[in-house]
Design a protein around this ligand. Structure first.
Ligand code: SF4
Length: 654
């Protein structure tokens, strides 16, 4: 194929008319532009990678940055990035010029997305689905996989939402579950071989080759059979050689994959402007609401030597002044104390500061507080008790006691922090108003303790509340989601209780969103293929950027759901506020996260027993015997943790 023409000359004259035009320009430090034909004839494999949100959210995404780099390191692969364009730019692109509309383009070389072999999208949230449809349409790629031709790329989904891609199954050619580093290369090889052989059997054969590997899901090769009551009777392969279940990928040696090594430095303002190093992957704390923890098991730590090298290299290559030590629960790294002290020593007196984006309430300690504030900068501290009452925290298996929390915040306030943020969820299974009102009591105690230990009156605490959405592959996958009306009533009662308090009310900030987006996220999280019609109708009605409150329209989703599900016997409430039974076939049962379904069910029953007062705690299998969640034997993996005993030498100041 001859190299596609850059759309930039057509774009450039129009940039002054759109907001934040710099986001469409590319050329960031550490970005890569390769020749379209970087390998011998027919052997170049080309990926367009998309984080389906605006540049300011998408650029810092670690997953996309890692894959971009891993792919571009191969001399036979071209990988470029594309992001969702804002509505003003969409208008400009659709209006186009004398050559017609301007297609969805990559920011690296402004090549049309449709010209690539693979269009890979990484979904952190299901609310990005309408943005995918918009990108496909702008790219000139048929929305439905069934309508695509040899000239269209393979549309591939990854990221956490891909663990149930059924709502977008009709729009996808394939999906991958789990860690992407190795599988993107495996996919590239299949594509290269197929192209090199002259594309035998066309698109269908390429997809077959991917599907028979057993770890790439090709929805078109599975039929969904529905029962009369609207539930799923079975999901079965519809041709020989296609596996009944598709397995997730697990990267077992994080030290061998120290990416990103060349972090992208954005030109426009983005949500995070720091260099993040993932210090471990996976979490076995066993919080029952947490899909990320469940689907990324087991825990695999990066050694402190590699962490140190990555930090030093990343700072040199990017110039970022903040380093985030990233993971699902960073303070749980077996050598976090040594990592923090070593890095603080190394960068003392420089302009480099350290931050720990997520901190468990019971793992934070004085050493960390000291180390992270050593360079004089105090990044925000967020603790996530998640449940307001002790009872709720037992239900969700987040065994943080009130004492733990108060002790931890006392440490923070006595070490100079004036403000902490506490994160909670509302709408958890078995929750009552009383459980939620306990959040206010807890916040008041936090302020009182902060005033006591610091001797100051300007102590603040921000309470941030999110609505709970039951997610696939978790023990709460069977739970009824709380309707948005009750969610909002509970939030209002809590807000009023906080505001009405004369002693503490003004010291407590309160951040929350209404429950409506959560209901739609719930629909998309646990939906099946019938939900695809709703997504398409919403997009056709103008739905874009559903993760942004200013763009989200609940009414649009409700209307689309009513129309799209008419005659199916199921509706929005059926997908969201309905509790599922043990023997119901769930839309994602054929997608294997490694978790044993019976273990998940037993854990769900334990949650209900805990709600009634049973003293059941699932401990962390890093420090207690394996409790047979199923992942390690199913995936052939094992927990990888330190301590390694390594040090962070050399301690030269950078
Ligand atoms: S199989 Fe055992 S050791 Fe592995 S993650 Fe599950 S509980 Fe932990």
């Amino acid at each position: 194929m001859s190299a596609p023409v850059s759309v930039f000359p057509r774009l450039e004259p129009r940039l002054p008319s759109v907001s934040k035009p710099i986001q469409y320009v590319g050329g960031e430090l550490n970005s890569t532009v390769k020749d379209w034909d970087c390998a011998p004839e027919g052997e170049t494999v080309r990926w367009a990678l998309m984080y389906p949100d605006a540049y300011e959210v998408g650029l810092p995404n670690q997953g996309v940055q890692i894959l971009y780099e891993v792919l571009n390191e191969r001399d036979w692969i071209v990988a470029e990035r594309t992001y969702s364009v804002w509505p003003d730019m969409e208008k400009v692109m659709r209006a186009g010029d004398e050559q017609g509309s301007i297609p969805q383009f990559t920011v690296d070389a402004h090549r049309p997305v449709r010209a690539f072999d693979v269009f890979g999208l990484s979904f952190s949230t299901e609310l990005g689905y309408t943005n995918m449809l918009n990108a496909l349409d702008l790219a000139g790629i048929p929305l439905h996989a069934a309508d695509r031709t040899e000239d269209d790329p393979i549309v591939l989904a990854g990221g956490h939402a891909a663990f149930n891609p059924e709502p977008i199954a009709d729009f996808l050619d394939a999906a991958v579950l789990g860690d992407g580093e190795e599988v993107v290369l495996a996919i590239s090889e299949v594509v290269r071989d197929w192209k090199g052989e002259g594309r035998p059997g066309g698109r269908d054969e390429l997809l077959r080759r991917l599907a028979v590997s057993g770890n790439i899901y090709v929805p078109r090769f599975y039929d969904v059979v529905y029962a009369e009551d609207g539930t799923i009777e079975a999901v079965v392969p519809n041709r020989p050689g296609i596996p009944f279940r598709v397995r997730k990928h697990t990267l077992m040696d994080l030290d061998a994959w120290p990416y990103p090594a060349k972090p992208l430095v954005p030109l426009a303002e983005t949500v995070h402007e720091r260099f993040s190093v993932e210090i471990f992957r996976g979490c076995t704390r066993g919080c029952r609401f947490c899909q990320a923890g469940m689907i990324t098991r087991p825990v695999r730590e990066r050694s402190i030597g590699t962490i140190a090298d990555m930090v030093e290299n990343g700072i040199r290559k990017s110039g970022f002044e903040e380093v985030g030590l990233l993971s699902l629960s960073s303070a749980d790294h077996t050598e976090i104390g040594e990592v923090a002290k070593g890095l603080a020593d190394r960068y003392e007196g420089t302009n480099v500061s350290l931050s720990l984006p997520s901190t468990r309430v019971d793992a934070f300690n004085i050493t960390l507080a000291n180390e992270f504030s050593r360079n004089g900068r105090r990044s925000g501290l967020t603790f996530a008790p998640e449940g307001g009452s002790e009872r709720m925290r037992r239900v969700i298996n987040k065994m943080v006691t009130e004492e733990d929390l108060i002790r931890t915040v006392a440490t923070a306030y006595s070490h100079g922090w004036r403000q902490v943020k506490l994160y909670f969820m509302v709408g958890l299974p078995t929750e009552t108003d009383e459980d939620v009102l306990q959040v206010a009591e807890l916040a008041k105690k936090v302020i009182a303790k902060g005033r006591e230990v610091s001797g100051r009156n300007d102590i603040r605490c921000t309470v941030s509340i999110g609505g709970f959405v039951p997610k696939p592959h978790t023990p709460f996958q069977w739970a009824a989601q709380l309707d948005h009306e009750t969610t909002d009533e509970r939030l209002k009662k809590l807000r009023d209780t906080v505001r009405d308090d004369k002693r503490f009310g003004r010291a407590i900030g309160f951040r929350y969103h209404d429950g409506k987006p959560g209901t739609i996220e719930g629909l998309l999280s646990r939906g099946d293929r019938r939900v695809g019609r709703i997504i398409e109708a919403v997009w056709r009605d103008g739905g874009r950027f559903d993760g942004w409150s200013e763009h989200f329209s609940y009414d649009r989703w409700v209307t689309a759901a009513e129309q799209a599900l008419d005659g199916t016997g199921v509706d929005l409430a059926w997908y969201t506020t309905r509790e599922r039974e043990y023997d119901e076939v769930l839309p994602w049962d054929h997608l294997d996260s490694g978790l044993d379904k019976d273990w998940l069910w037993a854990d769900w029953e334990d949650a209900l027993a805990a709600a009634d007062g049973a003293d059941i705690e699932v401990e962390d299998c890093r420090w207690t015997p394996c409790y047979d969640c199923g992942v390690c034997p199913e995936m052939g993996t094992e927990i990888q943790i330190g301590p390694t005993g390594q040090t962070l030498l050399p301690l030269s100041v950078v």
